[in-house]
Design a protein around this ligand. Structure first.
Ligand SMILES: [Zn+2]
Length: 243
Protein backbone atom coordinates (compact mmCIF):
# COMPACT_ATOMS: atom_id res chain seq x y z
CA UNK A 1 0.00 0.00 0.00
CA UNK A 2 1.44 3.38 -0.94
CA UNK A 3 1.01 6.74 0.67
CA UNK A 4 -2.57 6.99 2.04
CA UNK A 5 -3.33 3.95 -0.09
CA UNK A 6 -2.48 5.75 -3.32
CA UNK A 7 0.06 4.80 -5.96
CA UNK A 8 2.88 7.32 -6.56
CA UNK A 9 1.26 8.35 -9.86
CA UNK A 10 -2.08 9.09 -8.22
CA UNK A 11 -0.29 10.89 -5.43
CA UNK A 12 1.31 13.22 -7.96
CA UNK A 13 -2.03 13.72 -9.74
CA UNK A 14 -3.68 14.56 -6.44
CA UNK A 15 -1.30 17.45 -5.97
CA UNK A 16 -1.54 18.43 -9.63
CA UNK A 17 2.15 17.81 -10.30
CA UNK A 18 2.79 16.77 -13.86
CA UNK A 19 4.94 13.72 -14.42
CA UNK A 20 6.42 13.13 -17.87
CA UNK A 21 8.39 9.95 -18.40
CA UNK A 22 9.88 8.77 -21.69
CA UNK A 23 11.23 5.21 -21.37
CA UNK A 24 13.98 4.68 -23.94
CA UNK A 25 14.35 1.08 -25.09
CA UNK A 26 17.03 0.43 -27.71
CA UNK A 27 16.77 -2.80 -29.71
CA UNK A 28 20.50 -3.33 -29.96
CA UNK A 29 21.13 -7.03 -30.51
CA UNK A 30 24.44 -7.45 -32.34
CA UNK A 31 25.43 -3.90 -31.36
CA UNK A 32 23.63 -2.37 -34.33
CA UNK A 33 24.02 1.08 -32.81
CA UNK A 34 27.32 2.71 -31.91
CA UNK A 35 27.99 4.06 -28.41
CA UNK A 36 27.87 7.54 -29.95
CA UNK A 37 24.36 6.87 -31.26
CA UNK A 38 23.28 5.49 -27.87
CA UNK A 39 24.52 8.72 -26.25
CA UNK A 40 22.53 10.75 -28.79
CA UNK A 41 19.32 8.83 -28.01
CA UNK A 42 19.75 9.39 -24.27
CA UNK A 43 20.57 13.10 -24.57
CA UNK A 44 17.63 13.71 -26.89
CA UNK A 45 15.20 12.00 -24.50
CA UNK A 46 16.27 14.30 -21.64
CA UNK A 47 15.63 17.33 -23.89
CA UNK A 48 12.30 15.92 -25.08
CA UNK A 49 11.05 15.35 -21.52
CA UNK A 50 11.86 18.96 -20.73
CA UNK A 51 10.07 20.24 -23.85
CA UNK A 52 6.93 18.25 -23.03
CA UNK A 53 6.97 19.28 -19.36
CA UNK A 54 7.40 22.94 -20.39
CA UNK A 55 4.39 22.81 -22.71
CA UNK A 56 1.93 20.28 -21.29
CA UNK A 57 0.56 19.70 -17.81
CA UNK A 58 0.32 15.91 -17.87
CA UNK A 59 0.77 12.69 -15.98
CA UNK A 60 2.15 10.79 -18.88
CA UNK A 61 4.49 7.90 -19.60
CA UNK A 62 5.50 6.45 -22.97
CA UNK A 63 7.79 3.69 -24.23
CA UNK A 64 10.07 4.67 -27.11
CA UNK A 65 11.65 1.72 -28.89
CA UNK A 66 14.58 2.50 -31.19
CA UNK A 67 15.21 -0.03 -33.96
CA UNK A 68 17.39 -0.35 -37.04
CA UNK A 69 15.64 -0.47 -40.45
CA UNK A 70 14.10 -3.51 -42.11
CA UNK A 71 11.45 -4.10 -44.77
CA UNK A 72 8.63 -3.16 -42.37
CA UNK A 73 10.57 -0.50 -40.46
CA UNK A 74 11.38 2.30 -42.86
CA UNK A 75 13.16 5.63 -42.57
CA UNK A 76 12.87 8.79 -44.64
CA UNK A 77 15.88 8.16 -46.91
CA UNK A 78 17.02 11.80 -46.95
CA UNK A 79 16.94 11.98 -43.13
CA UNK A 80 18.01 8.46 -42.11
CA UNK A 81 15.26 8.30 -39.51
CA UNK A 82 11.53 7.58 -39.31
CA UNK A 83 8.94 7.27 -36.56
CA UNK A 84 5.58 5.72 -35.91
CA UNK A 85 3.20 5.89 -32.97
CA UNK A 86 1.37 2.60 -32.44
CA UNK A 87 -0.47 3.43 -29.23
CA UNK A 88 -0.61 6.39 -26.89
CA UNK A 89 2.20 4.76 -24.89
CA UNK A 90 4.24 3.13 -27.68
CA UNK A 91 6.44 4.87 -30.23
CA UNK A 92 8.91 3.14 -32.54
CA UNK A 93 11.75 5.18 -34.03
CA UNK A 94 13.74 3.63 -36.87
CA UNK A 95 17.30 4.88 -37.30
CA UNK A 96 19.73 4.06 -40.11
CA UNK A 97 22.79 2.56 -38.48
CA UNK A 98 24.99 3.85 -41.30
CA UNK A 99 23.88 7.49 -41.17
CA UNK A 100 25.55 10.27 -39.22
CA UNK A 101 22.53 10.80 -36.99
CA UNK A 102 22.44 14.12 -35.18
CA UNK A 103 20.75 14.56 -31.81
CA UNK A 104 18.63 17.25 -33.48
CA UNK A 105 17.08 14.76 -35.93
CA UNK A 106 16.29 12.25 -33.19
CA UNK A 107 14.80 14.99 -31.00
CA UNK A 108 12.74 16.30 -33.93
CA UNK A 109 11.28 12.90 -34.86
CA UNK A 110 10.48 12.08 -31.25
CA UNK A 111 8.67 15.40 -30.72
CA UNK A 112 6.54 14.74 -33.84
CA UNK A 113 5.54 11.28 -32.62
CA UNK A 114 4.90 12.55 -29.10
CA UNK A 115 2.25 14.87 -30.52
CA UNK A 116 0.29 11.80 -31.68
CA UNK A 117 0.98 9.94 -28.45
CA UNK A 118 -0.07 12.80 -26.16
CA UNK A 119 -3.20 13.47 -28.21
CA UNK A 120 -4.27 9.82 -28.05
CA UNK A 121 -3.50 9.79 -24.33
CA UNK A 122 -5.61 12.87 -23.63
CA UNK A 123 -8.35 13.11 -26.28
CA UNK A 124 -10.87 10.28 -26.35
CA UNK A 125 -11.47 10.22 -30.11
CA UNK A 126 -9.75 8.82 -33.16
CA UNK A 127 -9.45 9.95 -36.74
CA UNK A 128 -12.35 8.92 -38.95
CA UNK A 129 -11.92 10.87 -42.19
CA UNK A 130 -9.05 11.95 -44.42
CA UNK A 131 -9.41 15.49 -43.08
CA UNK A 132 -9.02 14.16 -39.50
CA UNK A 133 -5.75 12.49 -40.52
CA UNK A 134 -4.61 15.71 -42.22
CA UNK A 135 -5.36 17.63 -39.00
CA UNK A 136 -3.60 15.00 -36.86
CA UNK A 137 -0.42 15.27 -38.94
CA UNK A 138 -0.59 19.06 -39.16
CA UNK A 139 -0.67 19.25 -35.34
CA UNK A 140 2.35 16.97 -35.08
CA UNK A 141 4.43 18.92 -37.61
CA UNK A 142 3.67 22.26 -35.96
CA UNK A 143 4.64 20.84 -32.53
CA UNK A 144 7.80 19.37 -34.11
CA UNK A 145 8.60 22.81 -35.55
CA UNK A 146 8.01 24.51 -32.18
CA UNK A 147 10.25 21.97 -30.43
CA UNK A 148 13.07 22.80 -32.85
CA UNK A 149 12.55 26.56 -32.55
CA UNK A 150 12.24 26.60 -28.75
CA UNK A 151 15.43 24.61 -28.28
CA UNK A 152 17.35 26.70 -30.83
CA UNK A 153 18.00 23.83 -33.23
CA UNK A 154 18.24 25.18 -36.79
CA UNK A 155 19.41 21.79 -38.12
CA UNK A 156 15.96 20.54 -39.18
CA UNK A 157 15.25 17.47 -41.26
CA UNK A 158 14.65 17.42 -45.02
CA UNK A 159 11.05 16.52 -44.16
CA UNK A 160 10.46 19.73 -42.20
CA UNK A 161 12.30 21.78 -44.83
CA UNK A 162 9.75 20.53 -47.36
CA UNK A 163 6.93 21.70 -45.06
CA UNK A 164 8.59 25.11 -44.71
CA UNK A 165 8.78 25.34 -48.51
CA UNK A 166 4.97 25.26 -48.69
CA UNK A 167 3.25 28.23 -50.25
CA UNK A 168 -0.37 29.23 -50.76
CA UNK A 169 -0.45 28.05 -54.36
CA UNK A 170 0.71 24.54 -53.42
CA UNK A 171 -1.79 24.41 -50.55
CA UNK A 172 -4.60 25.44 -52.89
CA UNK A 173 -3.52 22.88 -55.51
CA UNK A 174 -3.49 20.06 -52.94
CA UNK A 175 -6.84 21.22 -51.54
CA UNK A 176 -8.36 21.30 -55.02
CA UNK A 177 -7.12 17.77 -55.64
CA UNK A 178 -8.43 16.39 -52.31
CA UNK A 179 -11.52 18.59 -52.03
CA UNK A 180 -14.06 15.84 -52.73
CA UNK A 181 -12.27 13.26 -50.61
CA UNK A 182 -11.80 15.17 -47.33
CA UNK A 183 -14.74 13.44 -45.64
CA UNK A 184 -13.93 9.98 -47.04
CA UNK A 185 -13.41 7.29 -44.43
CA UNK A 186 -11.37 5.16 -46.81
CA UNK A 187 -8.72 6.60 -49.07
CA UNK A 188 -5.27 5.80 -50.48
CA UNK A 189 -3.02 6.61 -47.49
CA UNK A 190 0.22 5.72 -49.27
CA UNK A 191 -0.50 8.05 -52.19
CA UNK A 192 -1.97 10.89 -50.11
CA UNK A 193 0.56 11.02 -47.29
CA UNK A 194 3.71 9.38 -48.64
CA UNK A 195 4.38 8.90 -52.34
CA UNK A 196 2.04 11.29 -54.19
CA UNK A 197 1.47 10.76 -57.93
CA UNK A 198 1.52 12.82 -61.12
CA UNK A 199 -1.14 15.17 -59.66
CA UNK A 200 -0.34 15.11 -55.96
CA UNK A 201 3.09 16.03 -54.53
CA UNK A 202 5.03 13.72 -52.18
CA UNK A 203 3.80 14.10 -48.57
CA UNK A 204 0.70 16.04 -49.76
CA UNK A 205 -1.37 15.18 -46.66
CA UNK A 206 1.41 16.34 -44.33
CA UNK A 207 2.00 19.52 -46.31
CA UNK A 208 -1.66 20.46 -46.37
CA UNK A 209 -2.05 19.65 -42.66
CA UNK A 210 0.93 21.80 -41.77
CA UNK A 211 -0.39 24.68 -43.85
CA UNK A 212 -3.96 24.51 -42.52
CA UNK A 213 -2.99 24.18 -38.86
CA UNK A 214 -0.41 26.99 -39.05
CA UNK A 215 -2.99 29.24 -40.67
CA UNK A 216 -5.74 28.43 -38.17
CA UNK A 217 -3.45 28.87 -35.13
CA UNK A 218 -2.37 32.27 -36.47
CA UNK A 219 -5.97 33.32 -37.13
CA UNK A 220 -7.21 32.24 -33.72
CA UNK A 221 -4.03 33.21 -31.79
CA UNK A 222 -3.97 29.67 -30.38
CA UNK A 223 -0.91 27.84 -29.06
CA UNK A 224 -0.05 24.47 -30.59
CA UNK A 225 -0.03 22.77 -27.17
CA UNK A 226 -3.71 23.58 -26.52
CA UNK A 227 -4.66 22.78 -30.14
CA UNK A 228 -2.98 19.37 -29.72
CA UNK A 229 -5.56 18.58 -27.01
CA UNK A 230 -8.60 20.03 -28.81
CA UNK A 231 -11.39 18.00 -30.49
CA UNK A 232 -11.41 17.34 -34.23
CA UNK A 233 -14.73 19.17 -34.41
CA UNK A 234 -13.28 22.40 -33.01
CA UNK A 235 -10.05 22.09 -34.97
CA UNK A 236 -11.89 21.51 -38.24
CA UNK A 237 -14.29 24.40 -37.61
CA UNK A 238 -11.27 26.70 -37.54
CA UNK A 239 -9.78 25.50 -40.85
CA UNK A 240 -10.01 27.37 -44.10
CA UNK A 241 -11.12 24.52 -46.34
CA UNK A 242 -13.43 24.73 -49.35
CA UNK A 243 -17.10 24.41 -48.43
ZN1 LIG B 1 2.83 11.85 -37.83
Amino acid sequence: MGFLGRTPQRYSKWYNLSMIKVNLLVANANDNFSSNQLDIFNQAVVAVEKFIADNFDLDYEVDVVVVSPSYLLKTIPEDGIGGRTYRSDLIVITVDTESELSEDFFYETLCHELSHSIRWNQVSEHTVTLLDDIVLEGLAIVLEEKAMNDSGRPNVQYFLKQMHAMDEQTANDILANLKNKLNDKEYDYEKTFISGDEDLPRWAGYKLGYWLIKESLANKCTEIASATLDSYKNLKNNLKTPS
